[in-house]
Design a binder for this molecule. Structure first.
Ligand code: NAP
Length: 245
């Protein structure tokens, strides 16, 4: 993967951080995107550099169409190419449907789904010129199966699947593959925020019996970004301990 340029959104912690580390280990130069957590993003870059890799942190709120355009224009200008885009940035604002505010619905759709659209829209301009590229977006089992208390989040993650399949069909003729990875319950700050009771109930629904690690998701993304996955497009790979089967 040497000399390939990868962009990972929301890479300041959790799954995004693990993806950035895995792609850097495979030889890619990684753009570590963040929104609020600047110091943590710089720490990820430092960790990659200490391990002998190449990385740079760039802040951008992916839900901002213009901001995302500037991000990808800057990367194309500075590095001359964009080989891999990983749409990982995401948030939750859980609540029962009847109590969910309009703001909480809109914010989750805006970051999780529109953010992925914004990045695909602007990164694909450079990929189309190159006639090559890999786009991988992080969906969720909630988008595949639905989940009570997550109407906004599940809709955004199901939307990622439709976006992935449509983009895969549009971009296939130019050598660009587009896939989604749908994690189940993964041990990160997002799930550490859940109560012990919710975590226990969740683990009981997982055939393998336990939460996954960020590195489990990163390994699937690294595979889809690799030369070995060149004939795979429009797919949703569940990394969920068997939960959604
Ligand atoms: P996390 O620990 O909460 O990290 C979320 C990341 O997204 C942070 O780096 C955050 O950066 C970034 N982010 C949030 N809003 C952003 C914005 N507007 N623009 C750019 N970056 C933004 O979450 P995680 O558990 O690693 O989840 C990563 C992805 O996997 C998400 O899409 C999530 O929905 C998905 N997922 C997670 C699980 C799970 O069990 N953990 C399961 C299925 C799917 P800043 O702090 O810098 O804003």
């Amino acid at each position: 993967m040497s000399e390939r340029i990868a962009v990972v959104t929301g890479a300041s912690r959790g799954i995004g951080r693990a993806i950035a580390m895995a792609l850097a280990k495979d030889g890619a130069t990684v753009i570590v995107n963040y929104n609020g957590s600047k110091e943590r993003a710089f720490a990820v870059v430092e960790e990659i550099r200490e391990a002998g890799g190449r990385a740079e942190a760039i802040g951008c709120d992916v839900s901002d169409f213009k901001g995302a355009e500037e991000l990808f224009q800057r990367i194309a200008r500075d590095y001359g190419r964009i080989d891999i885009l990983v749409n990982n940035a995401g948030i939750t604002k859980d609540g029962l449907l009847m109590k969910m505010s309009e703001e909480d619905f809109d914010r989750v759709i805006s970051i999780n789904l529109k953010g992925a659209f914004n990045c695909i829209r602007h990164a694909s301009r450079q990929m189309l010129k190159q006639r090559s590229g890999r786009i991988i977006s992080i969906s969720s089992v909630s988008g595949v199966m639905g989940n009570a208390g997550q109407a906004n989040y599940s809709a955004s993650k199901a939307g990622i699947i439709g976006l992935t399949k449509s983009a895969a069909r549009e971009l296939a003729g130019r050598g660009i593959t587009v896939n989604a990875v749908a994690p189940g319950f993964i041990d990160t700050e997002m799930t550490q925020a859940l109560s012990d009771k919710v975590r226990e109930n969740a683990a009981a629904q997982i055939p393998l019996g336990h939460f996954g690690q960020a590195e489990d998701v990163a390994a699937a993304v690294a595979f889809l970004a690799s030369g070995q996955a060149g004939y795979i497009t429009g797919q949703v790979l569940c990394v969920d301990g068997g939960m959604a089967m």
